[in-house]
Write a protein that binds this ligand. Sequence first.
Ligand code: ATP
Ligand code: MG
Length: 392
Amino acid sequence: MKEILLCKYGEIVLKGANRRYFEETLCKTLRFRAKHYGNFSITRSQSTLVIEPLDDMADIDGMFETASKVFGIVGISRCAVCEKNMESIADTVREYIPQFLIGKKTFKVEAKRSDKRFPLGSIEIAREIGGVVLESVPKLKVDVHHPEIVVQVEIREFGAYIHAGQFKGAGGMPVGSNGKGLLLLSGGIDSPVAGYMIAKRGVQIEAVHFESFPYTSERAREKVFELAREVAQYAGSFNVHVVSLTHIQEELVKTCEEDYFTLLLRRYMMAIADRLAHKLGCGGLITGESLGQVASQTMQAIGVTDPVATLPVFRPCIGLDKEEIVQVARKIGTFETSIQPYEDCCTVFTPKHPRTRPELAKVLEQERKLDFEALVQEALDGAYVEHIRTEF
Ligand code: ATP
Ligand code: MG
């Protein structure tokens, strides 16, 4: 039996001139992913993308799995295709539909005819196929008002589609339909989630990771690449720019008051990220900050680090509790990697009493002790790039 996928996309974004661009971006992403699962055709039909295997080798399960990680798709139906006559439709329903009805008590059948020449009307098809379902799955009842599952029969030009139940898609907007942003990616729990959340809004990401070798290790860097690969399952392939903060941190320790280390370092991170983002053509920065979570994320502390950036800074986790961030991290598969205990550049040289209500003037006074611009430039000059591919 031939199985295809019907992908539904959201409707709000379909208005006006955006529609074309939106659909093309989505098709491009699906085509790219499809290459890894065999020969598929991907076509549009109303607000649906139809993914059809072109030979027996095509891996429809793999395709289904990957399509459920593509932003812009709200629902995916697995669907059997058969010949357009009642006998063949009934046979397919008997064979294909019971697997979707396991554990269900009520159902109804809905029929649609885009081919109006089909001899039976929608109501007659629904009634007849309802009978077939009742015969094949004992104890099931029809409930036309609140069924647990709807069995759909669609009579199309080239055949009939039969499906039951829609699986949830990744939602959001297609990656690339909403600009490009630079994610500040640490090895923690929050920033991978922030990357996932902004990509869900259609933003194509690049990432910058700060390290402090030899105070941070090779393994800590590997962990960040692993997180990036996990995020890339949703966000698509992207580059991670690795920037060393070692020299800056050593200079800070030598010259500045300990209480201000974290804030000063965060201002350097913002400045470096901002310059890099401009160079890469990004329209904004993204961080995993959540208000009040740690000393450097109070409103005043963010007020001290934010002005360094000339681009807008997006903080998708700002209003989420840690538990809520963890929930997303578990869902997207980054949590287990994030909790591996490797040091981060922020955790080396941490002050005992970080300022939670810093005054900008005092921070600037400390900052002036060093040549800020020269250190930023030096860090940027030493950056290297790791390309992260979506893995299949
Ligand atoms: P996370 O779990 O994302 O590391 P956190 O709660 O540990 O966040 P901080 O360490 O204060 O918080 O970092 C706040 C944000 O700054 C991070 O979410 C991330 O966007 C950025 N950041 C922190 N450390 C790094 C790093 N080493 N490289 C790149 N970005 C970083
Ligand atoms: Mg961190």
